[in-house]
Ligand binder design. Structure first.
Ligand SMILES: NC(=O)c1ccc[n+]([C@@H]2O[C@H](COP(=O)([O-])OP(=O)(O)OC[C@H]3O[C@@H](n4cnc5c(N)ncnc54)[C@H](OP(=O)(O)O)[C@@H]3O)[C@@H](O)[C@H]2O)c1
Length: 176
């Protein structure tokens, strides 16, 4: 099983403003370019996200993940408006326990989303690949992309692409 993250960051290393807003991100609809997201998303079997990311998704007012299996990590009861599909599953377990559960089910590709959640999979040594789109904007403060680690993590760039609007996208393999 392979565990992947795909996200955008400001040049100063934030994935959202302090209040969670994403207004500084380019709009794929306006750009006519989705930066490889559909291809990535369609190749994933399961999406795992943290509660904060789930709550941001709820503000969209519609479910953007079609019939993809989604797991939300949270220790608290989740708000589930009517547009959230029944296939959504909540877990309050460690990244290792969830990875074990998914692996036992034969899942091959996992998409992990949310800053703290990605960091916890990284710290547990479970993340295999990260695709980061660096947006050429400084937002000054916000929710950080990365956090404390117990040891250095080495990565290898496997693909690097730049777009006309200045976005640079790197795909990294995590070396173990
Ligand atoms: N720029 C991008 O590409 C991008 C991508 C994704 C998200 N975002 C943004 O990033 C923000 C969210 O990131 P974030 O770092 O705040 O948080 P997050 O990872 O989405 O959510 C963190 C929360 O998930 C729960 N959680 C995580 N791991 C858990 C575990 N193993 N067991 C139980 N619960 C667990 C905890 O909530 P409980 O307190 O409920 O236990 C934790 O506080 C949102 O604003 C979102 O829009 C940006």
């Amino acid at each position: 099983m392979k565990i992947n993250a795909y996200f955008a960051t400001s040049l100063d290393g934030f994935i959202a403003r302090t209040d969670g807003s994403l207004d500084w991100l380019p709009q794929p609809e306006a750009d006519g370019e989705d930066y490889g997201y559909s291809h990535f998303f369609n190749s994933m079997d399961v999406l795992v996200m943290g509660r904060n990311t789930y709550e941001t998704v709820l503000t969209f007012g519609e479910w953007p993940y079609a019939d993809k299996r989604v797991f939300v990590l949270s220790s608290r009861k989740l708000d589930m408006p009517a547009f959230v599909p029944q296939i959504l599953t909540q877990r309050a377990c460690s990244p290792g326990e969830l990875a074990q559960e998914l692996s036992t089910q034969g899942v091959e590709q996992v998409y992990v989303d949310g800053g703290k959640t990605i960091q916890s999979f990284l710290r547990a040594g479970l993340l295999d690949e990260i695709t980061i789109s660096i947006i050429p904007v400084l937002i000054g403060r916000g929710i950080p992309l990365f956090g404390p680690l117990d040891a250095d993590v080495k990565l290898q760039v496997v693909e690097s692409q730049s777009f006309e609007n200045g976005i640079i996208q790197n795909r990294y393999m995590i070396l173990r």
